[in-house]
Design a protein around this ligand. Structure first.
Ligand code: GLN
Ligand code: ZN
Length: 761
């Protein structure tokens, strides 16, 4: 097959993209400074340009010979692509300044609702969902990518611009108004991408990367055909750079053969997720550059260089040329191990953050070309570290494994739900339509100050505990005053609902500076799950019993569920995640038993991430849901039927997980519903769910205070769907991001509404 760019220089080592928050979160600070009017647009631009330059220099110094650019972003790369295609929603169009318009779409303003945010495939990164209506007219505005290319060329680097491909852009967008599915607009985008190719050729670009991770999913039907036709057209453009289509996060399956039959010059494939057999079976790849993602771009483990080199060896005969790469952008891992001063030296040897991964890519690329002998030192060091990992006794805890081996179905099953509820009602003596909250109360300035003071050793542990108790006492008093029926302790002592538990469990460790972008300027520091998990001591009992000692109303114990702890951590790669989930579940189960023993009558186990880990391919979904449900039930079935189990889920579009939510068999499930008008109740009923349910009656993500009348109306419509004995009254999520004044006003109205509806029964 002839292609205009068969002469494009084939590179040997690269990464599909890099993080952009800055090694010390410089970009986050600059952007937030811009929002607060402390940093000018020019100042922001300087910080950004400097971060990009440093990142490119680092990649070049590491030995990569093709450098991704345009992976920088002030907020999100999907939003950047929407800007490039002129697909921002009309409600921001009146904002003159492009940067302010961009941020308005991202975060909203006093009167503009932002774009919705959702998870980027099965990672913990969230992208902004472009809204496509029948009025959307796409036009090309490649200013950002061209500017980054110009900056890169100015510094003399081998820049390879990265742009989200048209299929993935549309597959991840949502239709608004009565517009059809965005993917039906693909023919509008192809000419614009063709125009982009022409502009990039003008700019002297040799290779362009189009990211098409949607091709490893089943989000829309007919993807292989679509991939074939779209890239046949784009690769048919006569004046263009060489095209690299990047697939990642899974096996592209039939889409790979379809791409291979087009005239694109290169295809990136994620070999951490398998896919070797898929590649070997496609003869057309023998003319392509295959960019082999053998270094895991989204987890933090050191690459087994011998194994990766063996994989590359297997691929050698199937590809025209092979380049070594990370499997995906390193957006998903921290910058560098160099920042981790306090790390256990053994553990350090097992890890590779982004910097270390770039080194691994370069090493593998040289070893592939020159033989392993050229990299003896690196291979020896790797073997030694992995051997150490293999024998570290923290990896295996036989007591945990023996306990798990002995678990039977009876251990994950509680008594009949209807009987349970009757017994619990007798014990708890709650009114109809009980009112409660999801767990956290505002993280006040005093809480943050105390935490900072503890970290800087300005106060000791005892003083910190005293201050947290004061917070708890205040929150309990506040809830009594408002008149809530089931109280919480408010979670002041928790920096984060996962980290708090990870810090107290064996098998996890925390990083000092392991920040990764969650969305926009928000960064998280996921704990690293490295060994078998067990609980050293009770983790929450003192706090809950203290709160309970202050009131006659029931106080809910508050725990994070095994799936969520797993989803928001870096997980070990040496055993199935389902096994890790069971181990965490056992630790949580121990905690529920201890809480019950001290007299706690209601225990909430949050699983906001249940849907997040759902596999990308339909065929894999049920197996996941089975183990996820089992882990939750293992965590919550160790207590008596008279103890009430609550759970909380953070979304209202249950879709594919609805059956699993019912199968959790929690006595009470609180869910988001305020924005979806209680439709979730019908969905739950349809799934056969008959236990208690607390559809959120107001949206805590907004500062707006709901009035009692609107909550009454929501409750009345909820009562059309569920029996009064099943209905709970609560906001739709935790209150930690709100301020106290809003919380008091909103909850007061919520309690008033519940009382009015109760009186009318
Ligand atoms: N209990 C947690 C809280 O209230 C639940 C948070 C969540 O749903 N993400 O903050
Ligand atoms: Zn929530």
């Amino acid at each position: 097959m002839s292609s205009p760019n068969q002469s494009a220089r084939r590179f040997t080592a690269t990464t599909l993209g890099t993080a952009r928050i800055g090694p010390h979160r410089e970009c986050k600070r600059a952007v937030e400074g811009y929002w607060a009017d402390r940093v000018t647009a020019a100042g922001l631009d300087t910080v950004a340009a400097d971060l990009r330059r440093r990142s490119w220099e680092e990649l070049t110094a590491a030995g990569l010979d093709s450098i991704p650019v345009n992976t920088f972003s002030y907020y999100d790369h999907m939003l950047d692509t929407a800007v490039m295609l002129d697909a921002l929603p009309p409600r921001v169009a009146a904002i003159e300044d492009p940067l302010d318009r961009y941020f308005a779409a991202a975060r909203g303003t006093a009167d503009i609702v932002p774009l919705e945010m959702t998870k980027w495939f099965d990672t913990n990164y969230h992208y902004l969902v472009p809204e496509i209506s029948s009025e959307t007219t796409f036009t090309l505005h490649p200013d950002k990518v061209l500017a980054e290319v110009a900056q890169a060329h100015g510094t003399g680097i081998a820049a390879r611009p990265v742009v989200i491909g048209p299929i993935t852009f549309l597959a991840l967008a949502k239709a608004v108004g009565d517009g059809p599915a965005p993917i039906t607009r693909i023919d509008d985008l192809v000419p614009l991408y063709a125009e982009l190719l022409d502009r990039l050729a003008d700019a002297g670009v040799e290779w362009v990367q189009f990211d098409e991770p949607a091709l490893v999913t089943d989000v829309v039907g007919g993807l292989p055909d679509l991939a074939g036709s779209v890239y046949a057209r784009l690769s048919g453009v006569t004046r263009r750079p060489a095209i690299l289509v990047a697939t990642y996060f899974g096996d592209p399956g039939d889409s790979l053969a379809a791409l291979a039959r087009t005239a694109v010059e290169g295809i990136a494939v994620d070999f951490v997720e398998g896919a070797v057999e898929t590649v070997v079976a496609i003869p057309e790849l023998s003319e392509k550059l295959v960019v082999a993602g053998v270094v895991d771009g989204r987890n933090i483990w050191r690459t087994d260089l011998d194994r990766a080199l063996a994989t590359l060896g297997t691929l050698l005969g199937s590809a025209g040329d092979l380049a070594v790469s990370t499997s995906c952008s390193t957006l998903h891992v921290p910058y560098s191990l160099a920042e981790e001063d306090l790390l256990d030296p053994n553990l350090r040897g097992w890890l590779a953050f982004a910097s270390e991964k770039f080194g691994e890519v370069a090493t593998l690329s040289r070893a592939l070309r020159l033989g392993r002998e050229a990299e003896t030192e690196a291979f020896d060091a790797c073997r030694a570290a992995l051997a150490m990992r293999g024998t570290d006794n923290r990896l295996r805890d036989n007591a945990v494994r023996d306990r798990l081996a002995a678990i039977s179905d009876a251990d994950v099953t509680r008594g009949d739900a209807a009987i349970r509820i009757t017994e619990q009602n007798l014990r708890l003596g709650l009114p109809a339509l009980p009112t409660t909250t999801i767990g956290s109360y505002p993280q006040t300035a005093a809480i943050r100050k105390a935490r900072a003071a503890l970290r800087s050793r300005a106060i000791d542990r005892d003083e910190y505990l005293r201050r947290m108790r004061t917070e708890i006492a205040d929150v309990v008093a506040l809830q009594e005053k408002i008149g809530l029926d089931v109280l919480v302790h408010g979670e002041p002592e928790r920096n984060d609902m996962v980290q708090y538990f990870a810090e107290q469990l064996d098998g996890f460790f925390a990083t000092d500076n392991g920040w990764v972008q969650s969305y926009g300027t928000r960064c998280v520091r996921p704990p690293i799950l490295f060994g078998d998990v067990s609980r050293r001591a009770p983790m929450t009992v003192d706090w809950i019993t203290y709160a309970q000692s202050l009131t006659d109303k029931p106080v809910k114990g508050m725990l994070t569920g095994p799936v969520t702890i797993l989803a928001w951590s870096f997980v070990r790669d040496d055993q199935p995640v389902s096994e890790s989930a069971s181990q965490i579940a056992l630790a949580i189960r121990d905690e529920t038993v201890d809480l019950e023993r001290t007299g706690v009558g209601i225990i909430q186990v949050d699983e906001p991430a249940l849907r997040e880990l759902l596999p990308l391919r339909d065929a894999d979904k049920q197996a996941y849901l089975d183990w996820a449900v089992r882990a939750f039930r293992l965590a919550t079935s160790g207590i008596a039927d008279t103890t009430q189990v609550h759970t909380h889920l953070c979304y209202s579009e249950f879709g594919e997980v609805i059956g699993a939510i019912a199968a959790l068999d929690a006595d009470v499930t609180s869910i988001e519903a305020a924005r979806s008008h209680m439709e979730v109740l019908d969905d739950l009923n349809a799934a056969g769910f008959a236990n208690g349910v607390g559809p959120g009656v107001y949206d805590i993500h907004s500062p707006r205070v709901p009035d009692a009348g609107e909550i009454e109306r929501l409750l009345s419509s909820a009562l059309d769907a569920v029996d009064v004995q099943r209905l709970w009254v609560n906001p739709d999520c935790g209150l930690k991001t709100r301020d106290t004044e809003e919380v008091v006003a909103s909850l007061t109205n919520m309690v008033a509404a519940a009382r009015t509806v109760r009186a009318s029964l």
